[in-house]
Write a protein that binds this ligand. Structure first.
Ligand code: DX5
Ligand code: ZN
Length: 223
């Protein structure tokens, strides 16, 4: 089956929150197909960031963008209804954050949205081997979740390769997303390892010309 077309997802955690809607619009106008919204609860990860309202604001900020909500919360089954209601197109959760991972995936898909399952650096592919049957995306975290601006953990490239082999083996149309420390210096290796979807926070919002940065990132990802 192989990789799907490259998608660049703007991670709003690195945006200027005071101009949230405008920044969503700018990222989409610069060529980001997806808007990545990190939802944190201060329990699964130390920080509190956005809630479901940010998903609704992102939908409003760019009519054409696909909003990709990344849930870093305990018991995502409690947060899911609000995130679905807010209009998220893709909703990704961490399987070990819930005792009901299958139910979470089914709640998302029953609402007509796409379900993603995320692996933190220490959680192995085995955690989603069966669950992948109910998923549309696997997210390999390339930093510990919780904060933007961290350095990519290079050892994760081997895990991306294993995930790519696994996805190709099962032959389902599952996107392979990477998140954390992805930028000009790290995107090519992640792409050759098999990733097709790239969340970029600080490497996008930290520069002055977003469109040029997205072009450069895409060029490197497409090799
Ligand atoms: C980290 C978040 C990421 C973060 C990435 O917990 O899931 O989406 O925003 O930020 P950068 O691209 O700056 O590493
Ligand atoms: Zn994220």
């Amino acid at each position: 089956m192989g990789k799907s077309a490259t998608v660049i997802a703007a991670s709003m955690l690195a945006a200027d929150f005071g101009r949230f809607g405008q920044q969503v619009h700018d990222a989409a106008a610069a060529g980001c197909e997806w808007i990545h919204v990190d939802i944190m609860d201060g329990r699964y990860v130390p920080q509190i960031s956005f809630g479901a309202a940010a998903v609704a604001a992102a939908k409003k900020g760019a009519a054409t963008a696909i909003v990709d909500a990344h849930l870093m919360v305990e018991q995502p089954e409690d947060t899911l209804p609000a995130v679905i209601e807010a209009g998220a197109d893709i909703i990704t959760f961490h399987p070990e954050s819930t005792r009901q991972a299958w139910r979470c995936a089914e709640m998302i898909r029953a609402a007509g949205r796409k379900a993603g399952v995320a692996l933190t650096p220490a959680i192995e592919l085995a955690a989603v081997r069966e669950l992948a049957a109910a998923a549309d995306l696997i997210l390999v975290m390339t930093v510990e979740p919780g904060f933007g601006g961290q350095k990519m953990i290079k050892q994760m490239n081997a895990k991306i390769e294993s995930c790519r082999r696994f996805i190709d083996e099962i032959g389902r149309p599952i996107r392979l997303q990477v998140d954390g420390g992805i930028g000009i210096d790290t995107i090519a290796a992640a792409a050759s390892a098999g990733a097709d979807t790239f969340a970029v926070g600080s490497s996008l919002f930290g520069c002055s010309d977003y469109a040029q940065q997205v072009r450069q990132l895409r060029k490197r990802a497409d090799g």
